[in-house]
Design a protein around this ligand. Structure first.
Ligand code: ZN
Length: 247
């Protein structure tokens, strides 16, 4: 932390106390969610993730990548919390929230982000059937939702673009990826745009990464360290770029 940086934060203190304080005085803080890992979120507990591949099931993949990513970020002085499916603690403030997943066979490879217009969707029971914007009679009650404003949407999109660019460069046939990188995922893709995780955190930027799809990208999904490097570098790039906006 440089003196100039601290001074800039102090000058901007009137704009937003929290933003200036976290930019100027604190270590960056990132929440990494290992998708589907137990304990899972009420209303989504039946969603155990994509099935087993030669590298294990999606939960194990998400856990491995999340832990590898966390240790890389920590080496660069970033504070990290790894959370399971049930985001703990609820509504924590952070500089970024990154959910780690891979998709089922025939699915997508890309990055979805929080947007102010999207709400979380509801499933039958504890996570079955078709998602819809209102609860079914038998939907297990959800925990309270946090909000996503325009500033969070824009920051989330910037983080998604930064991650997507770096992952696209790694997502090659040579590295075992065969499905094609889909980039920043469109808002119409409900399971990423309306991801519940975006509404259990108060992170300043919120994304979900579908690292690849089962089957076609198995070779790539085995490369946990390569994936962790790509995610870690792009998150650090994002944090530096956002910090620069305060200077
Ligand atoms: Zn998943």
């Amino acid at each position: 932390m440089t003196a100039a940086f601290t001074a800039a934060g102090a000058i901007l203190g009137t704009a937003s106390e929290h933003d200036a304080a976290s930019a100027a005085t604190k270590k960056p803080f990132v929440v990494v969610q290992a998708g589907h890992v137990a304990p899972r979120e009420p209303g989504y507990r039946w969603q155990t993730g994509a099935g087993g591949g030669p590298f294990g099931n999606e939960r194990d993949f998400n856990r491995r990548v999340s832990l590898a990513l966390a240790s890389r970020l920590r080496r660069h002085g970033i504070r990290v919390r790894v959370t399971p499916g049930k985001i703990t603690p609820w509504a924590e403030r952070a500089d970024a929230f990154v959910a780690v997943h891979h998709d089922r066979a025939g699915g997508v490879a890309g990055v979805g982000h929080a947007s102010s217009g999207a709400r979380e969707f509801f499933y039958r029971g504890d996570g079955a059937g078709e998602p819809r914007p209102t609860p079914y009679a038998d939907t297990v009650p959800h925990r309270r939702a946090t909000s996503v404003n325009k500033a969070i949407e824009h920051r989330s999109r910037r983080l998604a673009i930064t991650i997507s660019k770096r992952m696209a460069a790694l997502f090659t046939a040579r590295n075992g990826a065969r499905s094609g990188w889909d980039g920043v995922l469109p808002k119409r893709l409900v399971r990423t745009s309306n991801y519940y995780g975006f509404r259990r955190t108060r992170a300043r930027a919120r994304v979900i990464v579908e690292v690849g799809s089962a089957g076609a990208d198995d070779g790539f999904l085995r490369k946990v360290d390569l994936i962790a490097v790509g995610l870690s570098r792009s998150i650090r790039d994002h944090l530096a770029a956002e910090r620069a906006r305060w200077r």
